[in-house]
Unconditional design. Structure first.
Lengths: 325, 294, 561
């Protein structure tokens, strides 16, 4: 229990550090520090009211406190160009990013785990010799490049999948859940998720393979083999179970990193998620929106890191064994 | 952790032996060498200036030309030679990759050395800073950086180095932790050598090989990131890089035109450079990959 | 001793460098030249949004560099672009821009007056800052001259003045390419409007669905920044606004104005006109359209400076008053031959019960109507707003109660930023009307050959693409400098290289699509680098060390942006 608290505090500390870093970054940029919140196009009165709300006319430490206070309230300012509250804009995009990331990871990890185990089994064979460079190649190929090629083949030439967006034109739904569960949504999700999964599967595959290789060489496995137990049972009962731990941890860590890292995929497929919003906001110098999107992505990353930590500690038999003593 | 128990020359010899034996290591190093040569000899190899708008004999702009003896990989939709861009792109790629790798190696090693050797609050502070660096979303950070600094190649170098050094730092630190108990270190202490002396004369040489190997992965990673940033439109538009080529192709509808000669080669080059980093690390797997947590 | 050697070497090197540094400006002065001209920034479209103009800007920059200027081509996304050019008029040097062909521009009055009259230099369309009393007089006169021939000669004079003064560098009149899917739409029901093409109001109202698909899905590369009857925020925004709000008159497919919400338009004398409103018109919220609403629609844009984009269209009106049960009388200050096109076909009819409180509120604040980008979308037009997500899509439904209700059920505008994805969607029938295609024409042509149900139509546009100079910032305040930069570029080369032949050369704000008003001789200009260099030399500009300098005695007072 104490351990969980320590980790939680640690995460909060890191979150605070990132928030402060963002504050400094956006304040220290060249030009008018107030340009972070105030668009030139606004009238004097609007500018005044925003200054008051964010304390931009006060000293730096006071500004900082007000900034943190506003953040805690979920007050992220108003987008310069979309002219709506930043909070609403990023929250609308969040489900799209989460779905893409989550489904992509599930696909990648399902495939990776099975394929990795298979390759561990086939150690030293020709299959392994060919498969490993290919897998490394998928990890090395830029996602947007692969995405472009998939688009060219499956969307433009064959016409099997839409060429972008998350919904067909004019589609309307009563609720967010209905939208996320609709066939149209999944049809649009197919190519981006495939591209993402193709890129991601390398990690769980190699990880699974290497941990299984280690497990297969351990003494009790050799012992069990000598005793004549069926190898498959050994593999499944022991090796695979041990391998799951690092894989599960990697899953949680990837989730955090991908929430921000999906930027390129979201751009190629015009997927309306956080990454695309960040890119558009930064391109058009829409500072409040850029800050808001960046912040949300950081929060997701830190939360997922925390989850990975806790998961690892709770599940690792060695560590929990230590704790009991 | 048994890596690096021998003094440095033993480690280097081990690396060289592995290079000879392991196809992965060999492949990785060869790729690096080929691209390094291309980058150095770019002026000689490339038939044209990569940014120059070329004209046909009849006076029209040489746009969207398919591969031919005059334009080995054809031309872009603005009349620039694709092959020349590819060759000069190697230069930009290596510059980014090597700079980022250098910074990561230097910073990561220093951090690892001080952290592992001195321990205590130095260790705490450095590791905390490392945690913070690992908690910043990678690509978004570099994008935001690109917003504040005028688009240039160094954004990627700074961004990548700033966020990737912790991994090297951690590995070096764990190395140092085991090394610091070794007998020759004890001997040096007894003979009155200063801390810094011990650190840099006895310990550092043993950890450098690991740092450099990690650095080799960073080369590919930096190039990969630069390509992504350029693709998103945040890269400089006056220098050629493979990422710039891909963005140019995408936006000029190379896909619809079937101009495969334009967008396949640059992607393949990026893939090769990044793979090289992976191959090298696979070749030296036993030296590089500890368990997920030490 | 090698230490000493190196020390001396460093010392020598630094002396030489300092000397060169000191000598360089001196040598410039010795040659009789002023300061070096700062780096010029040419703002342009991102390559994905308007590839032709982006490519043109590269060619233009290359030509200017060969004159000795340092030029940075800076792509900017639309929302930022419009902000900088429109709201930060002191800050930019040059920018690519375009005047889009809109029906109201079928009469040259709007562009002739609004874009270059000194009164619109501070906050209106004259963002280049051209102030020329000679031009002002011609612009005002042509507006008040009812005799066609006389008016024509004034419009020609206006074009010649701009050619002489080159406040901006006209590049081309693009031939816009549009397309539609004839499996979805009855081909004959697609209307071509002269100077605009098939993407126009009449098509949207009259297009008849052939089969089960009863919604038109079209695209725009730019996001819709605002849907407001008081603010024109770009091309796509104006397509939506035209459908949601009615006007008293509209420009017909032939380019001439015709009554629309008005039943009849009767000129009492040269400065008085009676307009009779149709019976039975309703707002989208159910309330009836009244004469008070009509009167209010013309009074609101005149309030203070709250509606800068429409103010000039109502400036000429002394009073608007009720003159019958369904009749309004407009009294003008001076005769205005373009009144019907430039005002009656431009001002949107707005409901007083919605806008009165908004305008009253605005009068107490320093903001203007542009600060309300998406006011309540209550109009009386043939379509009503269902969903406005300007960055993604706009959905409009047919308004059944309209006197000219559309044949389709629904109109959906999708924002698709890049041409590749746009074509993909068109090919797959996700879009059935290609309203905005900025990509390569040859790719679209090939697509149409492979899929013959996709019909292409192209038309020389009323609009024009240009590189604007900011006359407030030297050296752009010098007409010789502007002429040189303009003449440096061969427009024919641009038509071929950037627009792939889908454009005609331009040197005027009056397009050849407006056959009657266009000065056919205006494009007979001599271009090329030698011509440009000659102009610069004669004006006293000198090239020093490869870079262009001001004439003798002139200092560089501005920083590059």
């Amino acid at each position: 229990m104490r351990f969980i608290l320590t980790r939680l505090l640690h995460s909060l500390f890191v979150l605070w550090a990132v928030v402060t870093l963002m504050f400094l970054m956006f304040r220290l940029m060249p030009g008018d520090p107030m340009a972070a919140y105030i668009s030139e196009a606004l009238s004097e009165e609007s500018k005044q009211s925003i200054r008051a709300q964010f304390g931009l006319d006060r000293s730096l430490p006071e500004q900082y406190l007000l900034y943190v206070y506003n953040l805690c309230r979920g007050e992220l300012g108003t987008s310069f160009f979309i002219k709506e509250p930043v909070w609403d804009i990023v929250m609308a995009a969040l489900p799209n990013t989460l779905t893409l990331t989550f489904i992509g990871l599930i696909l990648a990890y399902s495939f990776g785990v099975v394929a990795g185990a298979y390759l561990a089994w086939k150690r030293g064979s020709l299959t392994e010799g060919i498969a490993i460079p290919i897998v490394l190649g998928t990890r090395a190929a830029p996602e947007f490049w692969v995405g472009m090629i998939l688009l060219a083949i499956f969307a433009f030439n064959l016409g099997w999948f839409p060429s972008g967006g998350a919904a067909s034109p004019g589609a309307m739904y009563d609720s967010e859940w209905q939208r996320l569960l609709s066939a149209d949504f999944w049809h649009h999700l197919a190519l981006p998720v495939l591209t993402l999964a193709l890129y991601l599967q390398g990690l769980p595959l190699l990880l699974m393979r290497s941990t299984m290789l280690d497990a297969l060489h351990e003494e009790y496995v050799t012992m069990a083999r000598m005793k004549g137990l069926p190898t498959r049972r050994i593999v499944l009962n022991h090796a695979a179970r041990n391998a799951m731990l690092p894989v599960a941890t990697a899953f949680a860590l990837s989730m955090g990193q991908l929430v921000g890292g999906n930027v390129v995929i979201e751009t190629v497929f015009s997927w309306p998620g956080l990454g695309r919003i960040l890119v558009q906001a930064v391109s058009s110098s829409d500072y409040p929106l850029a800050q808001g999107a960046f912040l949300l992505v950081s929060v997701a990353l830190i939360a997922m890191n925390l989850l990975a930590d806790l998961l690892y500690t709770l599940l690792d038999p060695r560590v929990s064994h230590e704790r009991r003593h | 952790m048994s890596a690096g128990t021998e003094p440095s020359y033993g480690l280097t010899k081990k690396i060289l032996r592995l290079t000879g034996r392991d196809p992965f290591a060999l492949a990785g190093i060869s790729i690096y060498v080929v691209f390094a040569l291309t980058a150095l000899l770019a002026n000689v190899i490339a038939p044209h200036d990569p940014m120059e708008i070329l004209f046909l004999p009849d006076g029209n702009v040489a746009m969207n030309q398919r591969p031919s003896p005059s334009y080995w990989l054809g031309t872009t939709s603005l009349g620039r030679d694709v092959f020349s861009q590819l060759v000069f792109g190697a230069r930009s790629a290596l510059m980014v990759g090597l700079s980022a790798a250098l910074v990561v190696v230097v910073v990561g090693t220093l951090v690892g050395l001080f952290s592992g050797y001195f321990g205590g609050w130095v260790d705490n502070v450095l590791m905390r800073i490392g945690d913070i660096a690992l908690s910043i979303p990678f690509l978004p950070f570099i994008i935001v950086l690109a917003a504040f600094v005028k688009p240039n190649v160094w954004n990627v170098v700074i961004g990548v180095s700033a966020l990737l050094w912790p991994n090297t730092g951690r590995i070096v630190r764990s190395q140092v932790l085991s090394l610091r108990e070794r007998s020759y270190v004890e001997a040096a202490k007894v003979s009155g050598a200063s801390h810094l002396n011990i650190l840099f004369t006895h310990i550092a040489p043993n950890v450098l090989p690991i740092s450099f190997l990690y650095g080799s992965i960073v080369v590919g990673w930096a190039i990969f990131t630069e390509a992504s940033i350029s693709f998103l439109g945040f890269g400089p538009s006056d220098t050629v890089s493979w990422g710039f080529m891909l963005q140019d192709a995408f936006v000029s509808q190379a896909l619809s035109r079937g101009a495969y000669y334009w967008f396949i080669p640059s992607g393949v080059c990026i893939m090769l450079m990044v793979s090289a980093g992976f191959f090298i690390s696979r070749g030296y797997e036993e030296l590089l990959f500890p368990k997920l947590r030490d | 001793m090698t230490c000493n050697f190196y020390r001396r070497l460093v010392l020598a090197a630094s002396i030489v460098t300092t000397a060169t540094g000191l000598l360089a400006p001196m040598s410039a002065q010795a040659q009789g030249a002023g300061d070096r001209i700062r780096k010029i920034v040419l703002i342009t479209w991102p390559q994905g949004v308007n590839p032709q103009a982006h490519q043109a800007s590269q060619f233009v920059a290359q030509a200017w560099r060969q004159l000795g200027l340092e030029v940075e081509v800076r792509p900017m996304p639309w929302s930022q672009h419009i902000q900088v050019v429109w709201n930060e008029r002191e800050k930019w040097d040059t920018t690519m821009w375009r005047m889009v062909g809109r029906p109201e521009r079928s009469d040259p009055d709007e562009v002739v007056f609004n874009n270059y009259h000194s009164s619109t230099a501070a906050t209106g369309f004259n963002f280049v800052g051209y102030t020329n009393p000679e031009y002002d007089k011609i612009a005002t006169d042509q507006r008040q001259t009812p005799e066609a021939e006389k008016r024509k000669s004034l419009v020609v004079q206006a074009q010649r003045l701009l050619d002489r003064d080159q406040p901006q560098m006209f590049l081309v009149h693009p031939s816009s390419i549009k397309a539609f899917n004839k499996d979805v739409w009855v081909e004959d029901s697609i209307v071509n409007q002269s100077g605009i093409g098939i993407r126009n109001f009449w098509t949207f109202v009259r297009a008849t669905p052939k089969g089960a698909q009863k919604q038109m899905v079209l695209n725009s590369a730019e996001p819709v920044v605002a849907v407001s009857p008081m603010y024109i925020a770009g091309a796509a925004s104006s397509w939506v606004t035209e459908l949601v709000w009615d006007r008293l008159a509209r420009v017909g497919p032939d380019g001439l104005p015709q009554p629309w919400a008005a039943e009849r338009i009767d000129w009492v004398n040269s400065t008085t006109v009676d307009v009779t409103l149709r019976a039975g018109m309703n707002w989208h919220d159910g309330r009836p359209v009244t004469i008070d609403d009509v009167i209010y629609s013309f009074e609101a844009p005149a309030m203070g400076n709250k509606v800068p984009m429409y103010r000039s269209a109502v400036n000429d009106i002394t009073k608007v008053e009720r003159s019958g049960e369904r009749r309004v009388r407009f009294t003008l200050k001076t005769p205005n031959s373009a009144f019907v096109t430039a005002t009656l076909a431009k001002i949107n009819l707005i409901p007083k019960h919605v806008w009165d409180p908004i305008m009253k509120d605005l009068m107490n604040k320093p903001e203007n109507a542009e600060s309300i980008p998406n006011p309540p979308p209550i109009g009386s037009g043939p379509f009503k707003m269902v969903r406005n997500r300007g960055q993604e899509e706009i959905v409009l439904d047919r308004f059944d109660g309209h006197f000219s209700a559309p044949k389709m059920d629904r109109w959906v505008l999708r924002i698709v930023p890049n041409p590749e994805a746009t074509l993909g969607m068109f090919r797959r029938n996700e879009i059935n009307f290609l309203a905005d295609y900025g990509g390569a024409p040859e790719v679209l042509e090939k697509l149409s050959k492979d899929a013959p149900q996709l019909v292409l139509k192209s038309e020389v546009d009323i609009g024009f693409e240009y590189a604007a100079f900011n006359l407030r910032r030297p050296p752009f305040s010098d007409v010789n400098f502007r002429r040189a930069l303009s003449m440096a570029v061969d427009r024919n080369m641009l038509v071929q290289a950037a627009w792939k032949g889908y454009a005609v050369v331009s040197n005027s704000h009056v397009s050849p699509a407006l056959k009657y008003w266009h000065d056919a001789d205006i494009t007979k200009i001599r271009t090329g680098l030698p011509v440009a260099r000659e102009i610069l030399e004669r004006a006293g500009y000198k090239v020093v060390g490869g870079r262009l300098n001001y004439p003798d005695g002139v200092k560089e007072t501005l920083q590059p942006n």
